[in-house]
Design a protein around this ligand. Structure first.
Ligand SMILES: *[C@@H]1O[C@H](CO)[C@@H](O)[C@H](O)[C@H]1NC(C)=O
Ligand SMILES: *[C@@H]1O[C@H](CO)[C@@H](O)[C@H](O)[C@H]1NC(C)=O
Length: 318
């Protein structure tokens, strides 16, 4: 979600998204196939996989959540939001219940509106989708990544304010957990995009800093009784790897502790091992976010969403 990516996105839009020809060896392992393309000039900012195997696609160009079913190969709108122009982050907080970030981003003017960012819950467990606004945050700069602390508390990355917030999804109460230089975007005019992709596991928050060019981790304690997340006074995020224009990422399901990170400008998904070694895992133009399949047949399939509305898949040897 940055200028170069926008140029890449427009350039990619002129070229039909064709599946890459399969070839032998490394190349075929790295080749990602185009499996779906949203109608029009769409921009997918984030994706998650539902328990039923369908993909949920959060769009930045319009405030719409779409689904794509790999079984039927059909895509459809699930929820349209009001009072905002865009969706950014999405995460599952309990089975088939999601926290979704909305706000005002213009994919044409490439501008972000401070104070427009809100968190919603989207409950897909019933007959019809149920979307509920939890809280609009007036002091928000640019909310993007979200990660669950438990089923009713989330962490939120504010890319413009170099800040990690927490919010209770039941009450809407929110507070700052940590503000740090590692989350800050360097000044380069226009859009400010620091901390972006966000995950929380085993008492550790992992995040990318898109313009800052890094992938970091920091211990964050969560007290389930009080619902309070806190960083130790001396907590300092540690850089796992330097990564140019890293957006969203996913933990490998194989227990190795490796991460797969979308780097749209490199048109690549990069694998980062826990000791910080990086290697190219898949090629996909303008990739913004990634998620592994959850079924027996697609658990090694990495689904890759892109800023030009296409979805790719790549089989990853674990
Ligand atoms: C965001 O956009 C919506 C829809 O156009 C508008 O109603 C709302 O006032 C905007 N929010 C801000 C903070 O500008
Ligand atoms: C958290 O710990 C579990 C159990 O030790 C392990 O399987 C998992 O990979 C760990 N997650 C991360 C992100 O390191």
């Amino acid at each position: 979600m940055h200028l170069l990516s926008l140029i890449t996105a427009s350039a990619a839009f002129l070229v039909p998204a064709l599946a890459r020809p399969a070839s032998s060896g490394l190349a075929s392992r790295q080749a990602a196939s185009s499996i779906y393309k949203l109608p029009g000039s769409a921009w997918i900012e984030n994706l998650v996989i539902r328990p039923n195997g369908q993909l949920l696609l959060a769009r930045l160009d319009v405030p719409e959540l779409w689904s794509y079913d790999p079984a039927t190969k059909a895509g459809t709108q699930v929820v349209g939001f009001t009072d905002a122009l865009s969706l950014t982050g999405i995460t599952e907080v309990s089975p088939d219940v999601y926290a979704v970030v909305t706000g005002n981003f213009s994919t044409r003017g490439f501008s972000v509106k401070a104070g427009s960012w809100a968190v919603w819950t989207v409950d897909l467990t019933g007959a019809a989708p149920k979307a509920t606004q939890v809280k609009l945050v007036p002091e928000s700069g640019f909310f993007i990544g979200v990660a669950p602390l438990d089923k009713s508390n989330i962490l939120i990355a504010d890319a413009a304010k170099a800040t990690l917030y927490q919010m209770n999804l039941g009450t809407g109460a929110y507070s700052v957990v940590l503000t740090d230089a590692s989350m800050k975007a360097p000044a380069q005019g226009g859009l400010v995009e620091g901390i972006h992709g966000l995950k929380y596991a085993n008492g550790t928050a992992y995040f990318t800093n898109t313009f800052g060019g890094g992938f970091y981790k920091v211990p964050i304690a969560f007290d389930a009784t009080t619902g309070k997340a806190s960083a130790a006074t001396a907590a300092k995020p540690a850089e796992i790897a330097a990564l140019t224009m890293a957006e969203d990422f996913i933990l490998a399901p194989d227990g190795s502790g490796s991460y797969y990170v979308a780097q749209p400008n490199a048109n690549a998904v990069t694998k980062i091992t826990p000791d910080g070694k990086s290697s190219k895992a898949a090629t996909a133009a303008s990739c913004s976010s990634v998620a592994f399949g959850r079924g027996a047949s697609d658990k090694n399939v990495l689904y890759i969403a892109t800023t030009n509305g296409a979805v790719f898949s790549a089989t990853i040897a674990q």
